[in-house]
Every structure is written in structure tokens, then in C-alpha cells.
Write a protein that binds this ligand. Structure first.
Ligand code: PGA
Length: 248
């Protein structure tokens, strides 16, 4: 199975998000390909309904770990599960670096997803400074250890790890390119690290300025089971281009 996880971030407003969802009604998803889109939270319930009879799945960009309680402004993993979401991004670098999400919070969110039958896509990756100062591997290892050490996974629980070098994530579609061979090196390390915590073959995803023009170069890596485009997933044209390219 190959995966395309389209993270719409906060690029689209409510109406634009719904228009894009309606455009996706026409996309043919080939066998062996899974497509999940992650709209802005307020649009998720409506888009989930729009796409419920299609092969395009809808996920959460962020979840809160406690199922309910005195947590102003929080939307629980359980709540997303209740409206039909089966996937969630967890620990995206923008959550970590802009909103101060810690490794401990990421772990709680991973557990909350598992309890709610949601497949978490655990995002890891180093900053530019960490890469330059030789701390990239340390950072990624630590993020993985915090998320996976002692984590109980049922046989049928889906979980993914996305390697997203923070410095390669675009702002508005413009980002620094992480060469596929550099991504491949880190993905090998991730695979080896994950083997310490789980005997499951956890699918690995690459994200960071993925677009139709370069997607194939990442998918050509043996260890890559899918991609996580942000900006390039916010138009029906480029998203469907990627869906079509994934099988050709
Ligand atoms: P980008 O975003 O494709 O716009 O770089 C990827 C991501 O942050 O998930």
C-alpha cells in the first residue's frame, strides 16, 4: 500500500476547504493507494460527510489527548473518532515549534489515538540548526524513543512515522529541498530505531516540500511507503496529479 497524506494546514478557509473536498469527489483512487486529507479542524465534520462514500479519507491535523474534561479549546482524539476520522497527524513540526508541543504531549496524543482507534502519523524531524550542528540523529532518535518506548500496539492498530526535516517544510509552497538520499539515510536510522521498540513493520512516510515534480524521487526509496505533502495537497489539480503518479 502507498499513502498520500495531504496536510492542508491553515492554507484554506472554510469555504475553500469544502470546495476542494467537492472537487475530490471526482478523483479516482487506484487500488493499492490510500489518500487521506487533513483539513482545517472546523471543516473536518462537513468534509468527512462529503467524502464518506469515497475512497478519500479525512483525518485530524491535531488532537487533544484527554477524551473529555476541563480543557478549553481542546478537540479530543475521541471526538474525531466519533465523527468518523481514522487518521491523525501527531507531533507535526509546526505543532512542536510554533505551539510548543513537547515529546511528552506527543506521546499522550499517540496513546489517545490508539485508544480511539485512530491511526496516528507520528511526525519526527530535526531543525536546520540541529542538522548543521550534527544533532539531527540525536533529535530524531529522542522523538522516536519518547513516542514508542513501551507503547502497546494491537496487531490491527495502524501507525505511521513521517520523517519531515523541519528545514525542508515549505512556507506557502517554497521550501528547501531535502535530497532523497539524505532522506533515505535518516529513514534507515528511523527503521533501525523503531526495531528497538516494536517488531511491527511500521510504514515510513516522507514529508517536506513534496510536490508532483519530485514525489517519485522520494517514493523510489525502498523504505518509503508514502508522502505527506502540505502546500501541494491544497489544490485538486496537484493532489490528483500525485495520486495518478503514484501508480505509474
Ligand atoms: P510542505 O508541508 O509540503 O508544504 O512542505 C509538509 C508538511 O509540513 O507536512
Amino acid at each position: 500500500m502507498k499513502y498520500i497524506f495531504g496536510n492542508w494546514k491553515a492554507y484554506l478557509d472554510y469555504d475553500q476547504s469544502n470546495i476542494l473536498a467537492h472537487q475530490l469527489l471526482d478523483i479516482q483512487i487506484p487500488e493499492g493507494v490510500a489518500v487521506v486529507v487533513f483539513p482545517t479542524t472546523l471543516a473536518v465534520p462537513e468534509i468527512e460527510k462529503t467524502l464518506q462514500d469515497t475512497e478519500v479519507h479525512v483525518g485530524a491535523q491535531n488532537v487533544h489527548w484527554a477524551p473529555s474534561g476541563a480543557y478549553t479549546g481542546a478537540s479530543a482524539a475521541a471526538l474525531f473518532a466519533q465523527i468518523g476520522c481514522a487518521y491523525a497527524l501527531v507531533g507535526h513540526s509546526e505543532r512542536r515549534h510554533i505551539f510548543g508541543e513537547t515529546d511528552d504531549a506527543v506521546r499522550k496524543k499517540v496513546e489517545a489515538c490508539i485508544e480511539s482507534n485512530i491511526a496516528p502519523i507520528v511526525c519526527v524531524g530535526e531543525t536546520k540548526d540541529e542538522r548543521i550542528s550534527g544533532k539531527a540523529e540525536y533529535r530524531v532518535k529522542k522523538q522516536l524513543m519518547k513516542a514508542f518506548d513501551g507503547l502497546e500496539l494491537a496487531d490491527d492498530q495502524q501507525i505511521f512515522v513521517a520523517y519531515e526535516p523541519v528545514w525542508a517544510i515549505s512556507k506557502g509552497g517554497v521550501g528547501e529541498v531535502c535530497l532523497p538520499e539524505d532522506a533515505g539515510e535518516m529513514l534507515s536510522l528511523i527503521k533501525a530505531e523503531l526495531a528497538k521498540y516494536s517488531d511491527r513493520d511500521i510504514p515510513l512516510i516522507y514529508g517536506g516540500s513534496v510536490k508532483p515534480e519530485n514525489m517519485a524521487s522520494y517514493l523510489a526509496l525502498d523504505l518509503v511507503s508514502g508522502v505527506l505533502p502540505g502546500h501541494a495537497s491544497t489544490s485538486a489539480q496537484s493532489l490528483s496529479k500525485m495520486v495518478n503518479l503514484i501508480v505509474s
